[in-house]
Design a protein around this ligand. Structure first.
Ligand code: PLP
Length: 443
């Protein structure tokens, strides 16, 4: 099929998020369909999806069981008011997530529509929890440099991305521990880096500086995804947990990317064997089909809110019109069935060795300064081009899409890979054969 042409007026009106609108509109990259491991372009090419969309379509695309669940739900109950009213499926999904996905006593679920809203919900719950405990002074949050916790004001405050601070300021009180990226000691590590448990000491330093009595919660991504796949050094997450416990500070894991089988268990908390007090999730919860996110919360946190309210008083002064939307929830139940029936929560563990070997086969190609992996996540870091940071990875992204029928994701000068969990060994080889060609000709 010939390349489809779009007039500038056709493309002018939609302001694309996190995109170079100028570049895209000069040479559009359009998808018109998707099935299993592939997208279909407007010129009818089959593009292999090495990113599960945006880290979300873990079950693969347009899976019949999920599609049918959404279709049937939309014909039966299109909407249900989220405040003071309910529908059975939202309770069913919350219960199943508590029992079948989230570890320990994280059995209470609050629903949002996105990861950003999940994070801001968790921060608010943390503040109100400390308030109900009579610890009103615990209002400071600790995040981490290079963290991405979405785009809302809470999330950008605890996040560690300099552009957010520059453009929007720092709107809730937050301090940051250092990130765990250490190329000098850990470059080309397979799995968890050996060095860096000491980075957790930075938390103890901030607690000394501000006092535990002023800190509500620490929030970290178990693996920082959006800023370039930063794998936690061995023992690091447990050390954060120990410091939080010793200082009566809540620990929130932002598992928007790491949840739902991405690293071979339902959650990163389970894979790393570290129990947080809350987990934020989104994306994979319904395989990216209908906007849905949320927070899994320790039972006793929820109980405390109920103890502090009586009669018809609202216990959590927070919520969204679309919290637990019937379509999103039906998709969540459908996706959960697919995950369990097809063993997708464990699949990344089965594929991990092949994935790791194939990924690291690129280590001697030009400009590559690091390769790292965990579960079905991989990253290739380039040395930046002189005076043109991010250009090298962006060129690789365009080349892969236009010339190799491959969708990858880049952030800075890093390629981040996270295919749907239904991928097979041949498709893994296809990803890295195609990337080999792209990297070999990369300037
Ligand atoms: N938290 C993490 C760890 C993420 O990776 C993301 C998105 O990539 C978000 C939050 C924000 O999610 P959303 O884009 O659904 O708002």
């Amino acid at each position: 099929m010939n390349k489809v042409q779009y007039s500038s007026d056709q493309l002018r009106h939609f302001w694309m998020p996190f995109s170079s609108n100028r570049n895209f509109k000069q040479r559009p990259r359009m998808f018109v369909g998707a099935k299993d491991m592939h997208f279909t372009t407007d010129d009818d090419r089959q593009v292999l999806d090495a990113t599960a969309g945006l880290w979300c379509c873990n079950c693969g695309h347009s899976r019949t069981q999920i599609v049918t669940a959404i279709q049937e739900q939309s014909a039966k109950l299109d909407f249900c008011p989220a405040f003071q009213m309910g529908h059975p499926k939202v309770f069913e999904l919350a219960k199943r997530l508590g029992k079948e996905v989230f570890p320990g006593d994280l059995n209470t679920v609050f629903f949002s529509n996105s990861g950003s809203e999940a994070v801001d919900s968790a921060l608010k719950i943390a503040l109100a929890y400390q308030f109900h405990r009579g610890k009103e002074n615990k209002t400071l949050f600790i995040g981490r440099n290079r963290a991405y916790h979405g785009v809302n004001f809470g999330g950008i405050s605890v996040g560690g991305i300099p552009n957010n601070k520059k453009w929007y300021g720092n709107l809730i009180r937050a301090e940051h521990i250092r990130d765990t990226h250490d190329l000098e000691r850990n470059a080309f590590t397979r799995g968890q880096p050996e060095h860096g448990i000491d980075f957790a000491d930075d938390l103890a330093r901030l607690i000394d500086q501000h006092g535990a009595s002023s800190i509500a919660a620490v929030i970290v991504e178990p693996i920082a995804g959006s800023t370039g796949v930063l794998i936690p050094p061995r023992g690091y997450l447990q050390k954060l947990r120990d410091i939080c416990t010793a200082n009566d500070i809540l620990l929130i894991f932002d598992e928007v990317i790491t949840g739902f089988g991405r690293i071979g268990k339902p959650t990163a908390a389970e894979r790393f064997g570290v129990q947080p007090d809350m987990i934020t999730f989104a994306k994979g919860v319904n395989s990216g089909t209908v906007p849905l996110g949320g927070v899994a919360i320790r039972d006793d946190i929820y109980d405390l809110f109920l103890e502090h309210t009586a009669g018809n008083i609202i216990d959590l002064f927070h919520g969204y019109t679309y919290s637990g939307h019937p379509l999103a929830v039906a998709a969540g139940l459908g996706a959960l069935d697919v995950y369990l029936k097809e063993g997708l929560f464990e699949r990344a563990l089965e594929l991990e060795q092949h994935w790791e070997d194939a990924l690291h086969s690129l280590r001697d190609l030009p400009h590559v300064i690091d390769i790292r992996n965990f579960g079905l996540i991989g990253a290739i870091e380039f040395s930046p081009r002189d005076g043109e940071p991010t250009a090298r990875a962006y060129d690789a992204f365009c080349d892969a899409f236009h010339n190799e029928d491959l969708l990858i994701r880049t952030t800075g000068d890093i390629i981040a890979l996270s295919p749907p969990l239904i991928i097979n060994d041949d498709q893994i080889d296809q990803i890295f054969d195609r990337l080999n060609k792209v990297l070999t000709r990369l300037k």
